[in-house]
Structures are given as C-alpha cells and as structure tokens.
Design a protein around this ligand. Structure first.
Ligand SMILES: [Zn+2]
Length: 260
C-alpha cells in the first residue's frame, strides 16, 4: 500500500522485496503466519537497537506499522516495541529492558493480536483499492493504517451520491467471495507485463530491484507489494466504510474499520 497522504507513495516500495534485508533473513515475508522462531543476535546497541540473523518482525512500510513482541534468552525477556528498516532491520527494545549481547541465542515472538489485525487491515486496503479501481476507475494516492482501522486516498474527481454504500457493499461481497490472496516473487520484466500492476497513481518501484514481490487477490487486484497479508479475503472479516471525505481537487479520503 502507498504511503500516508501528503507524502509521496514511496513507503511501500521502500520495503525490501526480497527475503533478506541487510544481514537479516526475513521470515515475515516467507511465512506471514509465523509467530515464534529461534535466532541469534548479530548486533545490539541501546541507540540503534537489535539486529537478528533471522527475524519475523515486520519493520514497517507501505503504511503498515511495525510489529511488537519479545525476545527471550536465558530466562530474560526483552520487550520489542517497534522495528525499523534501513541498512539493517533494527528491533527497538522497550526502554530499560536488558539487551542481549551479540552471539546470544534468542527465542523471538510476535504479538499475535496486533500482527494478525494488521494483516487483515492491510489486506482490507488491497480489497478496497481493487474495488474502487474496478467500479470507479480511481487510482490510489496514499494510505495509512492502525490495527483494525485505515484510510486510503483516491484520485476521484466525481463520485455518485451512493458512493459510500456502494463501496461498502462491494467490499463485503468480495469478503464473502473468499478470494485467495497469493504472494509470489517475479522477475521485474515479467511482473511489469501484468496489466495495472502498479495500482498507485505513479510507478515508484526502485530501478535497482530485479525481482518484484506480487500480491494477487485472485480475480480482483494484483499489486507490487512488500507487506504481510492474510491468505484469503474471508479472513479480513466484515468491512465498514466509516466516512468518505472530500479533501478537494478530486482528492477523496475513504476511512474503513474492520469487524472485531
Ligand atoms: Zn499489501
């Protein structure tokens, strides 16, 4: 999904689309259902955070916030309150929690409720962008999410009076249809040969990427994407369109909420 409104929609593509990031192997992209795993600390400092050899913490990007969780080591717990990508994926420890030294074997765990709700929310935004493109021809210009709540911005000069109700009905029809959500990695040329692959208003996939990660809601929406998703649209659950705001000059902001 694209970045927050008002900023260029770069954040989605800033996420690494391979399964390695710096020195960390990304288990979150390999298996978004994984919640516990074993790893070794490669680096830890109070300023930068903790780098693991293998990590399932989503580092944030594409409007999806980072995961929370814990690292357990020798009876000690380090709470992880965030993560960020850069040259490495850095896990942010809770203030005052002990830091494992480089070389320490740790058991990582992701806070399941938060991550699972974010996966549903993120997938719900795909569904929303797919429906609004299919039914109204509008491109996405931005978006952002919290667990269970999200907004997405569209370039949509004219909307019918029943737009909000129609979007909500169409989204829930797609939830009921239980479409499969597939993820695959394709060579760049092959990926860009898929029609409408970049559902944002501009194509911001960096030049240097030779492979592109594709997220396909089968039969509805195919996008280049670096986030985590549920396996089928029924897992998103019922979607409510809370509000449609007119932000001027064809700029419409659609706010959604998921059923608990
Ligand atoms: Zn996505």
């Amino acid at each position: 999904m694209p970045g927050p409104a008002g900023e260029p929609a770069t954040s989605l593509y800033a996420a690494s689309m391979g399964t390695d990031h710096g020195h960390t192997h990304r288990l979150d992209l390999e298996d978004p259902t994984l919640r516990e795993w074993d790893a070794t600390v490669l680096h830890a400092s109070p300023n930068n955070g903790i780098v693991l050899d293998r990590s399932a913490f989503y580092p944030g990007g594409g409007g999806q916030p980072p995961d929370h969780g814990t690292l357990l080591w020798g009876g000690v717990q380090t709470r992880i309150v965030g993560a960020r990508g850069g040259d490495e994926i850095y896990l942010i420890p809770a203030e005052g929690d002990p830091l494992p030294l480089a070389g320490t074997a740790v058991r990582g765990a992701i806070e399941d409720d938060r991550r699972t709700t974010l996966m549903r929310t993120h997938s719900g935004l795909h569904l929303l962008s797919g429906v609004v493109f299919r039914d109204f021809g509008a491109l996405v210009t931005g978006g952002n999410m919290e667990p269970g709540e999200a907004r997405m911005d569209f370039n949509l000069p004219e909307i019918p009076g029943d737009f909000k109700a129609r979007v909500e009905e169409a989204c829930n029809a797609e939830v009921v249809a239980d479409r499969r959500i597939d993820v695959k990695v394709l060579p760049r040329d092959e990926a860009f040969a898929i029609p409408d692959i970049i559902r944002t208003a501009t194509n911001l996939v960096p030049e240097h990427l030779t492979e592109v990660r594709i997220v396909d809601i089968v039969g509805l929406d195919t996008q280049a994407d670096g986030g985590t998703h549920v396996a089928s649209t029924s897992q998103i659950g019922r979607m409510q369109v809370v509000k449609v705001e007119n932000k001027g000059k064809g700029f419409r902001r659609v706010r959604i909420r998921l059923a608990q």
